[in-house]
Design a protein around this ligand. Structure first.
Ligand SMILES: NC(=O)c1ccc[n+]([C@@H]2O[C@H](COP(=O)([O-])OP(=O)(O)OC[C@H]3O[C@@H](n4cnc5c(N)ncnc54)[C@H](O)[C@@H]3O)[C@@H](O)[C@H]2O)c1
Length: 252
């Protein structure tokens, strides 16, 4: 799938890994819509990158189906001379604002678990499904009959089994990859997931950078390294139905 001239939706595009994806896709000549609840950061990014290439349809909570539906339709209208060819689903949270239970309330309560699963796993599938519904309408774009691509963001914490709420949500996102790729394969839509190790973004900075560094390179990943991989995944048709660890050999 080429990127130049096509439209992509980036959830969590106002910050961190998603912001880097927005920048990289626009550098490659795409039109990009940001679905995010951080109005201030999203608006500032659109101002910087230009309203002709970057669009923020107003606050979009990925867990609210109506908001996602409306935002997808607004995106299609806003970039009506282009074709929507995919989505990168990078919105996510590590902790929930609810109380835990047990000693010092450090154990994961059901309300914490439910909140994190809702934002990370259900929010990811909500946007994936709405985008897939639109991609179905596309004319195939190459001799493989490709209509579009969906890239989700898991985590090595999900693959290696760390943090009850977050880890389970990210394991769910990884687990979604192959079944969804199989379901959408006859429609020419690819589904891939990237499972990053620690990357230098606000999500890690908010934990006072207590996350371990990767083994080699012995540092945090840079958001640009993540978005470079997204660009490669979009371009490489044989990548489908799998989860790529991007972790400098770190196991969580
Ligand atoms: N940074 C890392 O080390 C790391 C490692 C593994 C996985 N990840 C995953 O990468 C993704 C991006 O994380 P990041 O590091 O860029 O963090 P970030 O906090 O910088 O960005 C997350 C974005 O998601 C948005 N968001 C949160 N809830 C939302 C909702 N309900 N609806 C719409 N938008 C919402 C936030 O406003 C924010 O802009 C997340 O899914 C995260 O779990 C990050």
């Amino acid at each position: 799938m080429k990127i130049l001239g096509y439209t992509f939706i980036v959830t969590g595009g106002a910050s961190g890994l998603g912001e880097s994806v927005v920048r990289s896709l626009i550098e490659q000549g795409a039109f990009v819509a940001i679905f995010d609840i951080n109005v201030k950061l999203a608006t500032t990014l659109v101002e910087e990158l230009g309203k002709n290439k970057c669009y923020f349809p107003s606050s979009v909570d990925v867990t609210v189906e109506d908001q996602v539906n409306i935002a997808v339709q607004k995106t299609l209208q806003y970039f009506s001379t282009s074709t929507l060819r995919g989505a990168i689903l990078s919105s996510g949270i590590v902790f929930s604002p609810m109380d835990g239970y047990g000693p010092d309330k450090t154990l994961t309560s059901y309300s914490q678990f439910e909140h994190i699963i809702r934002v990370n796993l259900l929010g990811t599938y909500c946007v994936a499904q709405k985008v897939a519904q639109e991609l179905l309408r596309n004319e195939p774009v190459n001799d493989d009959g490709e209509r579009g691509v969906i890239i989700t963001v898991s985590s090595i914490l999900g693959l290696d089994g760390t943090l009850v709420g977050y880890g389970t949500s990210k394991a769910g996102i990884a687990g979604l990859t192959l079944p969804l790729a199989k379901e959408l394969a006859p429609q020419g839509i690819r589904v891939m997931s990237i499972a990053p190790g620690p990357f230098d973004t606000p999500i890690v900075q908010r934990q006072n950078n207590t996350a371990p560094t990767c083994l080699y390179p012995s540092r945090y990943g840079q958001p640009k390294e993540f978005s470079d991989l997204v660009v490669q995944v979009i371009g490489m048709r044989m990548l489908n139905g799998s989860v790529i660890r991007l972790d400098g050999a770190l196991k969580a």
